[in-house]
Design a protein around this ligand. Sequence first.
Ligand code: FAD
Ligand code: NAP
Length: 338
Amino acid sequence: MKLEQNYSLKHLNTFGIDQQAASYVLLREGAELAEAINQAKGLGQELRVLGGGSNLLLTQDQPHFFVQPGFDNIQVLEESNTTVQVRVDAGFNWHNWVLYSLNQGWYGLENLSLIPGMVGAAPIQNIGAYGVEVKDFVKAVHFRSLRDASQHVLSNEECRFAYRDSLFKQELKGEIFIESVVFELLKQPNINTSYGAIEQELEAMAVKNPSPKDVSAAVIKIRQSKLPDPAVLGNSGSFFKNPILPVKQVNSLQEQFPNIPVYPISEQEAKVAAGWLIEQSGWKGKRVGPCGVHEKQALVLVNYGGASGAQVLSLAKDVISAVEERFSVSLEPEVNVW
Ligand code: FAD
Ligand code: NAP
């Protein structure tokens, strides 16, 4: 385990913001966390976990001791005729894990193709796309305490997964290091193409009876056509969450704005597309200095090069104010602002 001090995080966050970590170590196994905790204590620094840096906005140099999982084993735990349970280490790249699972004939994660980041972060905000959430396939999450490196495991139910949310973003926020995730995947495909442009894309690909690999390929194509590639244009995906509002408020919005996209969540609540609210507020494609709102996807803020985290945050605040003013809806960041 090699301790780096005053370490640039520029290449470790997909916004490409140039800020430093006071300390940084890449852990070769979960057990090394105990040593990191001691070192951080000695330096009087708080521990912070870094994954692939794809859900972060760094607004200042970080006075913390960063640990990042640098281990990525895969282990089959149990197999039946219909399902397989696989334990995947936190440091495995998410998209590579999706491709690996499909190649093994283990199905379920195809709609979650091409999401950046590491496996260890996936349960934190219960990553989701195209009508699938990771919670649908998580059996258990193994983690260590950031206080004493003690090991714990939570079942799917105990993780309290919700829309882009979990216990790890609430009570356990900043308290734990996810070491591995156990997935339960299917051996028979159960594909879901009903969401967004998947069917259209499969048609364009001339695929009639899609396999999970076809669905994955379609999702990859759609995402590549709509979303900026962080390697080319810095971003952290959707900067804002889609607001979930009381049905009464949604009804009143629909009366004023009949075209507003609304998706029912329960009898009491409905989800409103934040991207539409931003577009209607005049911010889609707008550039402010070195950053801006992406021209194809208004939920995504981008760094055209050399933007500081403070500049991106200021842009986010302007977008929030504009939406608040027009729709009386308060957008909240999905991205972790550090
Ligand atoms: P990081 O950004 O490094 O960290 C995020 C948070 O998780 C931080 O609080 C960090 O401390 C914590 N964390 C990370 N790893 C661990 C660990 N092992 N233990 C404990 N805490 C940890 N998200 C979606 O849900 N759906 C999408 O479709 C989607 N598309 C995206 C597209 C693009 C182009 C980009 C840039 C982002 C997108 N995202 C999407 C957001 C992001 O990819 C996910 O939230 C991803 O899970 C973040 O993983 P990461 O490893 O980069 O985490
Ligand atoms: P899209 O398909 O154009 O849809 C726009 C919005 O409407 C999305 O936010 C989506 O909500 C919602 N929506 C569309 N169809 C829906 C349905 N049938 N039921 C419920 N909600 C529906 O979105 P997009 O921008 O191209 O993204 C495609 C998918 O990738 C979405 O699931 C999106 O969440 C995911 N994505 C996430 C991030 C991130 O950083 N979090 C970044 C890029 C893409 P949901 O967002 O709840 O699905």
